[in-house]
Design a protein around this ligand. Structure first.
Ligand code: THU
Length: 131
């Protein structure tokens, strides 16, 4: 699974976003250790804090299918009527990534001209809290 292929799955998942309050549509795709890919989109709620991000929905999807180790996460986000663009994960999602990803997990984001921009989790979440 190439970085661009995983990012493309995130772009497709983004079409399923339910974001009537922010109109900010996000899709995520995670590559699990098994080799399977799981996707998610953001899901908002009239009670705003009840909404969840695409990344956590995708990770929850993987974990609830029995996966325990995530190798890479791709994120595609942006205003509803625009192409996806650079959308770094929120702090809560980074913490959830730390639980299942480990410091070397790849975080694949939109870059210039559709080219993925790739980070490790430890770059975007140094000194993660873990038990
Ligand atoms: N959102 C995500 O799904 N992932 C991110 O990385 C950033 C924010 C969602 C939450 C909310 O539905 C909308 O984008 C605006 O914050």
């Amino acid at each position: 699974m190439t970085d661009i292929a995983l990012l493309e799955k995130a772009r497709l998942a983004r079409k399923m976003a339910y974001a009537p309050y922010s109109s900010f549509y996000v899709g995520a795709a995670v590559l699990a250790e098994s080799g399977k890919v799981y996707t998610g989109a953001n899901m908002e709620n009239a009670s705003y804090p009840a909404g969840t991000c695409a990344e956590r929905n995708a990770i929850g999807h993987a974990i609830s299918e029995g996966e325990r180790k995530i190798l890479a996460v791709a994120v595609a986000g942006g205003p509803k009527d625009q192409e996806s663009s650079y959308t770094p994960p929120c702090g809560i999602c980074r913490q959830v990534m730390a639980e299942f990803g480990g410091p070397d997990m790849k975080v694949i984001l939109e870059g210039d001209e559709g080219k993925p921009q790739v980070f490790t989790l430890s770059e975007i979440l140094p000194q993660a809290f873990l038990l």
